[in-house]
Design a protein around this ligand. Sequence first.
Ligand SMILES: NCC(=O)N[C@@H](Cc1c[nH]cn1)C(=O)O
Ligand SMILES: [Zn+2]
Ligand SMILES: [Zn+2]
Length: 480
Amino acid sequence: MVLSPQLTQFFSQVEQNKQGYIERLTDAVAIPSVSGDPSHRQDVVRMGEYLQQQLKELGASVEIRDPGVQDWNGTGRILQLPPVILATVGTDPKKKTVLVYGHYDVQPALKEDGWNTDPFTLVLDEANDKLIGRGSTDDKGPILGWINVVEAHKQLNIELPVNIKFCLEGMEESGSEGLEKIIHDEAQGYFKDVSAVCISDNYWLGTEKPCLTYGLRGCVYYHITVSGPAADLHSGVFGGTVHEPMIDLAHLLSKLVEPNGKILIPGIYDNVAPVTDKERKTYENLSFDLQDLTNSVGNTINLHSNVEATLQHRWRFPSLSLHGVEGAFYNPGDKTVIPAKVKGKFSIRTVPDMDNDEITRLVKDYVTSEFKKLNSKNTCTVELTHGGDHWLASPDHWNYVAAAKAVEDVFGVQPDLTREGCSIPITLTFQEALNKNVLLLPMGRSDDGAHSINEKLNISNYINGTKLLGAYLYQVANAQ
Ligand SMILES: NCC(=O)N[C@@H](Cc1c[nH]cn1)C(=O)O
Ligand SMILES: [Zn+2]
Ligand SMILES: [Zn+2]
């Protein structure tokens, strides 16, 4: 494979800039832009301002859109949502325009969660090729990767091969509130000339080989609330004399899913698309084995004994997870309390051709009928708290062909074609509102620990990932 002179020049500029790129990620990780915690809302805004400044310094024209306000967790506490950043680099009508989406908010992180180091101080561990810190891989590293590409071209005084339009939000980890409306409102405005969309916000299947991702599961999230007593009760005084909300809830939660992962809600599997022979072939020859799962999980607790079943249950079958119970006693030690009101939280990852409204109807009917069987005098309600649809794109599209060639330019291998088990609901919005192909082009590895403790991005993934994003733009420019 022979690289063009521009790409050769660009790759060597990226190598030279390595220190500067790490410093940029250090600055970004230091801003604790946790969207799910109101006390950090100003930090999310500050992170957005940091990106706007970086983009302006590189010559981008930057606009912001106001997504409005948020009623935090339905508590009546009204919070301003962080701005959506729309930035344009290049407006040449003869060039294609790539829309780049990313998010500048992060998941919560506390040292006490088990981090080895302060989550918001980027640790450079050169011996192990790691950059450790919250947001390093999800999603600050990839966003900065795009900015690094623009900077390298400016330094080299060469034009980008395509126009870039950025759409950066600060609420992805909290349901992307307000973004969907902005995309629809701007479909014939800011987003009008977009040729294709690229999102770098997921991970390689394993740790060795890059991949392109063309599918995501959806997610519907529910709360079951059981309440009875007017206040928490003494279990010695009242235990055995009243219906206990926590006992009712434990029974209900146990009726949702079997320990082997089978969902017990009647009708839930009815609309799951059958596995075709063509699809079966897509699980062959992927750079993934059960040891990759074990390594990422940190234990041998796999439900399925082969790769095909494991990937099918991650990508194309629904799953139900129990997340937690609000209102229950959870501190260390023993407290002899009967909690007055408990809220069980669970979600279902959805797949083609499941329908969110239909799932919610099935969930509500089932939980209500199971509660009736308990003959409890407590009150039980079920509510959908947020939902997003599954997504599937065509990997035969020129956008994917361009990305595959870019992977070969940088890594000298053909990428795996993968789907993902997680959800980025805005992906489907871009596809439907703009009627353009969307590509997921990950930078990080499967063991990066996104959302977990000690989140990391390998230094080589950051640097080669920056090269990949740039090479992709060149291949898009040449695509038919
Ligand atoms: N990087 C994608 C990701 O982690 N997405 C979240 C989105 C989500 C869904 N409900 C709440 N957040 C995921 O959990 O899949
Ligand atoms: Zn993300
Ligand atoms: Zn995330």
